[in-house]
Design a protein around this ligand. Structure first.
Ligand code: ST9
Length: 609
């Protein structure tokens, strides 16, 4: 048995019972993918994830790719290539493509469900396999001619990358110095050095299409001066796809990392050996907005990856705890001859297991709740319309999925390891690798601090609270019907209190930020708490979603559930009550801290640190 433990039961509960269900699957918007089809796809994917995909997970960590500077290559381990091929051979990635591009219009929720299974069993497969998403974005933003590139990428199975970061332009993408100079034939020559570029070199395909942010000559500073270019590794005939000359974009290093080692993270140098030719996406200078279409999808991916890893971490810990016999029941500790029990009998282990369960199931609900808004937004787009509310709420939730999801998953994975005691520290179990592989999730696609700033300043202040108000109303409507009756009464009350605490924190942030109109330094007061606020909002939303699930579980139990389902539903109720009772009360302290924040930290001389 491999390392990966899937929780398909809970994925399906989210997809088909809590969120979209048959209103989405098999609806007029998604007629080709009904509930039965989706279940079938997921059952196949689960089998594949647990077996073929998981198979190369640890082997490719222990024997990671090695960069050869002489050839600028970094071939991947054969075992990983087999896993990758097994995934690509399913062709399920076509579900994320519109029909016009050879796909089937499936709801994004199904894609993220498949995503959870792949990202939990072997995350780098999903990352190398992201090409259809890049192709879709090129097709949507590109010229008629550039749509041929998108078509080639998909049909030839080429790799794709997002190329933003530079040695001196990480969080501050606008500091990028990579240059683009227009040529007489309409193409561009790109020169510069990019860093931390995922999948920029590998031997999974015979070509790689880089989507590169560069500054055209004469353009202004900052992100708005950047444009987006299609820069292939090999030039090719856009009609036939036949490969031509090597283009001047070369990997010049592959980083040695803490984890996720089989995912090549490259330094990519343009135009050093010979020109790196590129084509301006859509022939318009709108680079940062176009690149953010990729970033949004990647931020969702990163949050889902973290949560998927926590899920398998928790299930590994749970299995261990159910089998590991150690010590006697504390209530019988006076009796030295008392029978030894499995560690699930110890209060502290139980608490830690429930903590992991509540977080992971709550955050999985967060992923699928967010995806349900994407279902709406994609459906409208497929009809040639726009669903502005769906787009806004999705945008609002992305920093929560990415920032809160990755941080809480990383914290809770430490609890999963702790469940195994000293054994957790060993490579005999997968959790130490999970922790190493998941750390990057709090860092790439915008660090947590960037997510906190994005959440407050862009997704709330700039949005004028529109998405926020919608979320607040949804929570209020939920509470108004008193779902879950007496069983959930205390937890609902805890949610009401928590909602007030989060509102108070937000009002404090508004007040603190407003003072910056008169004294710009005051912005630092609010900025000290934006990440804290992201966590507080995340805890509130997760608690609400757990309670939504619990209320449904309670309804099903009252209606007479089967034996197997009784355990599942009882677990749902227990997790929701535990989270509301053990996590939400901390928000009162958070509020006190945020309200007491001032400029003293910023006034402190650096030398005092
Ligand atoms: C990286 C790679 O880390 C990691 C791994 C990648 C793996 C890829 C594989 C993907 C496969 C995926 C498969 C998925 C399958 C999917 C299935 C689908 C169902 N939202 O605030 P301003 C825009 S790469 C939207 O002034 P500054 C907007 O256009 C490195 N747009 O920013 C805005 O203009 P306006 C990742 C946003 O001060 C403009 O930017 N690096 C958003 O100039 C300027 O905004 C990072 O993520 C947003 N949230 O620059 C960078 N925000 O206002 C992190 C901004 O007019 N740094 N825009 O609308 C930041 O995000 C900074 O805040 C900054 C600041 C760069 C935006």
């Amino acid at each position: 048995m491999g390392h990966y433990k899937a929780n398909l039961r809970d994925i399906e509960f989210n997809l088909f019972d809590v969120f979209g269900g048959s209103e989405t699957f098999g609806s007029a918007d998604y007629p080709e993918v009904d509930v039965d089809t989706a279940r079938d796809v997921l059952a196949q994917m689960e089998r594949l994830a647990v077996n073929e995909l998981a198979e190369s997970f640890s082997e490719s960590d222990r024997n990671p790719p090695v960069f050869d500077p002489a050839t600028s290559t970094a071939p991947l381990p054969e075992s990983f290539k087999r896993s990758y091929k097994a995934y690509m051979d399913t062709e399920f990635w076509r579900l994320a493509l519109p029909e016009a591009m050879g796909g089937t219009a499936a709801p994004p929720s199904l894609i993220w469900a498949i995503g959870e299974l792949v990202l939990g069993s072997n995350p780098a497969i999903w990352m190398y396999g992201g090409t259809p998403q890049f192709a879709r974005i090129i097709a949507e933003n590109g010229t008629e001619e550039q749509r041929k590139v998108a078509h080639r990428m998909v049909e030839n199975g080429w790799g794709a990358t997002m190329v933003l970061t530079e040695p001196d332009a990480g969080s501050d993408v606008g500091a990028g110095r990579t240059k683009a100079v227009r040529q007489e034939d309409g193409s561009w020559h790109v020169t510069g050095v990019k860093r931390f570029i995922t999948s920029a070199e590998h031997d999974l395909s015979d070509n790689i299409i880089h989507l590169v942010l560069a500054r055209p000559e004469g353009h202004g500073p900052g992100t708005k001066g950047l444009s987006l270019f299609i820069v292939p590794k090999y030039e090719f005939d856009w009609d036939s796809g036949e490969l031509g000359a090597r283009n001047g974009a070369y990997a010049t290093n592959v980083e040695h990392k803490m984890g996720l080692k089989v995912s090549n993270t490259c330094e990519l140098t343009f135009g050093e050996k010979h020109p790196a030719r590129g084509w301006l996406v859509g022939e318009v200078h709108d680079g940062i907005a176009q690149m953010f279409q990729v970033i949004e999808m990647a931020r969702m991916m990163v949050g889902t990856k973290a949560i998927a890893t926590l899920s398998t971490g928790y299930l590994n810990a749970l299995e261990y705890a159910k089998n590991r016999v150690q010590g006697a029941d504390l209530a019988q500790s006076a009796d030295k001859g008392a029978p030894r029990v499995t560690i699930t009998h110890h209060a502290d282990v139980r608490r830690e297991l429930m903590q992991q369960k509540a977080y992971v199931e709550g955050m999985r609900a967060l992923v699928f709740y967010t995806a349900s808004w994407q279902d709406r937004a994609w459906a409208a787009r497929n009809r040639g319309e726009r669903d502005e509310l769906a787009e806004r709420v999705n945008d609002f939730l992305l920093p929560v999925v990415k920032g809160y999801g990755s941080e809480r998953s990383y914290e809770q994975l430490a609890r999963s390891l702790q469940t195994l005691g000293g054994s957790g520290f060993l490579q005999d179990y997968p959790i130490e690798q999970y922790i190493r592989d998941a750390k990057i999730d709090t860092l790439y696609e915008g660090t947590t601090a960037i997510q906190g700033l994005d959440f407050f300043f862009r997704k709330i202040v700039k949005d004028q609270g529109q998405a926020l108000t919608h979320m607040k109303n949804e929570i209020d409507e939920f509470l108004a019907t008193e779902p879950g009756g007496e069983v959930l009464a205390a937890a609902r009350l805890q949610l009401v209190t928590a909602r007030s605490e989060v509102e108070a924190i937000l009002n404090t942030l508004y007040t603190q930020a407003a003072k910056a109109w008169e004294d710009p330094r005051q912005i630092h007061v609010a900025a000290q708490s934006t990440t804290t606020f992201l966590y507080a909002a995340g805890d509130l939303i997760v608690s609400w979603l757990l309670l939504r699930q619990a209320a449904l579980a309670q309804e099903r139990l009252a209606g007479g559930a089967s034996d197997k389902d009784v355990d599942f539903y009882s677990g749902k109720i227990a997790a929701a009550k535990w989270f509301a009772g053990n996590v939400l009360p901390h928000l009162a302290t958070t509020r006190t801290i945020v309200e007491a924040t001032d400029l003293s930290l910023m006034d402190l001389d650096e030398a005092a640190f």
